[in-house]
Design a protein around this ligand. Structure first.
Ligand SMILES: Nc1ncnc2c1ncn2[C@@H]1O[C@H](COP(=O)(O)OP(=O)(O)OP(=O)(O)O)[C@@H](O)[C@H]1O
Ligand SMILES: [Mg+2]
Length: 225
């Protein structure tokens, strides 16, 4: 298997009350393609900070991030975010006055390398793949349950024809049964479609169902077995 994302000596800190606090300390890691990862770690350890660097939403103080061997600064952070990755949030962040299908169609126009074909047909197909039937696909997302909205958000994340998805506590607002369904969906995307999922979670149960478990501790990532 080949590496999709490589982190090399990442350092990052925040100024807090005039004093600099290091959050990530020369952090290095390699993520393989087609794998579902979970990142665990205490509150405040820097998981969201790390995701925002990996998703090109913020910039490290030093160190490099390589996507398929290319420095994301060379790709350009805007291009990287637009064409290479998808992001899933705890609060879904869908456009509430659009239907599920329209949310996906919009995402398909926000990339330079869309999946070829009719956007409408693709939206229905992607929604079906995540378990949203066509009747629900045409409903306003605000009229869907939390679990259904998160399925739509995951379909939207891959609608941009990307192979790498970041998720920050994607099941934080869901009950245990729905949480498990979302995790099965991530497993399926990794196994059957070769996607790489990197999800931050507080749940040991979620983490146990991932392919690789990583712990953020002392500003570094450690593999858990
Ligand atoms: N913009 C900011 N300015 C200053 N400090 C910040 C900022 N963002 C985060 N921090 C601090 O950096 C540390 C790491 O925050 P981060 O949000 O990455 O943690 P986390 O591991 O995601 O925590 P949680 O599990 O609670 O979501 C925390 O102590 C936080 O208060
Ligand atoms: Mg966080």
């Amino acid at each position: 298997m080949s590496t999709i994302l490589k982190l090399e000596d990442l350092c990052y800190g925040y100024i807090d009350g005039g004093y600099k606090r290091e959050i990530l300390k020369s952090l290095s890691y390699e993520f393989e393609e087609g794998t579902f990862y979970t990142i665990l770690g205490p509150s405040g350890s820097g998981k969201t900070t790390l995701l925002s660097l990996m998703a090109g939403l913020d910039t490290q103080e030093s160190g490099k991030i390589y996507f398929q061997g290319e420095d994301i600064d060379q790709i350009g952070l805007y291009q990287y975010r637009r064409n290479k990755i998808g992001v899933v949030f705890q609060s879904y962040n869908l456009i509430s006055y659009l239907t599920a299908r329209e949310n996906l169609e919009l995402a398909m126009t926000e990339t330079d390398n869309p999946i070829p074909g009719s956007h409408q047909d693709l939206a229905y197909a992607l929604l079906k793949m995540v378990g949203i039937a066509s009747t629900k696909a045409d409903r306003l997302v605000s009229h869907l349950s939390g679990g259904e909205q998160q399925r739509v958000a995951i379909a939207r994340a891959i609608a941009g024809n990307v192979d790498l998805i970041f998720a920050d506590e994607p099941t934080g607002n869901l009950d245990t049964a729905t949480e498990e369904e979302i995790i099965r969906l991530f497993q399926m995307l990794a196994e059957e479609y070769g996607k790489t999922i990197i999800a931050v979670t507080h749940s040991n149960e979620v983490s146990k169902l991932s392919d690789r478990r990583i712990f953020l501790r002392g500003g570094k990532l450690e593999d858990l077995h």
